[in-house]
Ligand binder design. Structure first.
Ligand code: SF4
Length: 366
């Protein structure tokens, strides 16, 4: 089992951004770099310093911590754990580390476990060679099997595999084959995320229209993923996430419930009590500012009550729990897209990819 869910009012998430990758995947627009590994020692020290400043300023005790990126497993386990040790946390805190499949050695996973990490997340994306090649992923087609065996051997009770659908190299049979490969594992992932490939403008994929996903094919692939996972005992959690009962990701829920979280490291975003703020984007600048004794704050904004209400409702509508019936004036025009149960409105499976049409009808939509 994973750390049990908690009420959003009691939750506080901490996110740590690790902006290093072995190479740049050509669809990725994240704030991450493949030519800055020489900064890693200084970056780790800067993040530790930023956290210490926050602790001195009254940082709340974390109920979940998430190391994302980038590729957190580019850091040595000791570097990553030295950051973790700076963060005040509850005894049952969920602590997730994103990891490239090729980095998931038994030694690394054991070090994470011994250092307090409770949950792993692996970017598997697909098990089909043509799809992995098109996405520019370097791990082999058996990586999912090796990762599952090692994760089980080391003893993580909860973990996730990420999939991506929408590559032009991917047929619907490839999607089915990937799902079959994951679901037939002796130790299958208790949590699976599936994201639609998005052609971000500043990426090589975005600049090559011939490689842009076909929207109808991607929708069909998404439907196959949802139907297959839900018929194999996974509960739909949110547009892109499914979990076996007891394996919901506590940290994800902080975001989806419009809760409070604080991010550390370059480009990390935070939301605390209606104030949204974010750090400068590049690790070079981030390190220079922290080493110079300056806050690495890149910007901030205060959300008014109306914006907070809209963000809360639109995020909640994307989850299984949905929103209170009172969040809508009328359901007449969207009756075919939603289900009302216990006075809450949630998306029908066929409506998950057109959630924005439903969000437009929320009373809180500006
Ligand atoms: S490994 Fe992940 S974060 Fe790094 S470039 Fe590829 S998709 Fe982006």
């Amino acid at each position: 089992m994973n750390a049990p869910p908690i009420d959003v009012a009691d939750a506080f998430g901490v996110y740590v951004h690790v902006p290093f990758c072995a190479h740049r995947c050509d669809y990725c627009a994240f704030a991450t770099y493949s030519d800055r590994d020489h900064l890693q020692d200084a970056y780790v020290e800067a993040v530790r310093q930023e956290i210490r400043w926050a602790v001195d300023g009254g940082l709340r005790v974390a109920t979940s911590i998430f190391f994302g990126g980038g590729t957190p497993s580019r850091l040595t386990p000791e570097q990553l754990l030295s950051i973790l040790r700076e963060i005040p946390r509850t005894a049952d805190c969920e602590i997730t580390v994103e990891c490239n499949p090729e980095d998931a050695s038994v030694e690394r996973l054991t070090a994470y476990r011994d250092g307090g990490v409770t949950r792993m997340s692996y970017g598997v994306q697909s098990t089909q060679p043509a799809v992995l090649a098109d996405l520019g992923r370097r791990h082999g087609t058996m990586a999912h099997r090796e990762v599952a065996e090692r994760t089980h051997e080391v003893g993580f009770a909860s973990w996730n595999m990420d999939l991506i659908v929408g590559s032009r190299a991917e047929s619907l049979d490839d999607v089915r084959a990937t799902l079959h490969d994951l679901l037939s594992l002796e130790h299958r992932p208790p949590h699976i995320s599936c994201y639609a490939l998005t052609p971000e403008p500043a990426t090589p994929l975005g600049q090559d229209p011939a490689r842009h996903p076909d929207e109808d094919e991607t929708a069909d692939a998404y439907d196959i993923v949802g139907q297959t996972l839900e018929s194999h005992g996974y509960l739909w959690e949110e547009i892109s996430n499914w979990a076996e009962p007891g394996h919901e990701c506590r940290h994800n829920h902080v975001y989806w419930d419009h809760g409070n979280y604080q991010g550390f490291g370059s480009a990390a975003h935070s939301h605390v009590d209606g104030r949204r703020f974010w750090n400068v984007r590049t690790p070079d600048r981030y390190i220079a500012m922290v080493e110079g004794g300056t806050s690495p704050l890149g910007g901030e904004e205060y959300l008014d009550a109306a914006t907070q209400a809209f963000e809360r409702d639109s995020l909640a509508l994307r989850t299984r729990r949905g929103v209170p019936r009172e969040a809508f004036d009328s359901l007449d025009e969207i009756a075919h897209l939603v289900t009302v149960r216990d006075n809450r409105v949630s998306l029908n499976p066929a409506a998950r990819l057109v959630a924005n049409q439903v969000i437009l009808r929320l009373k809180s939509t500006p």
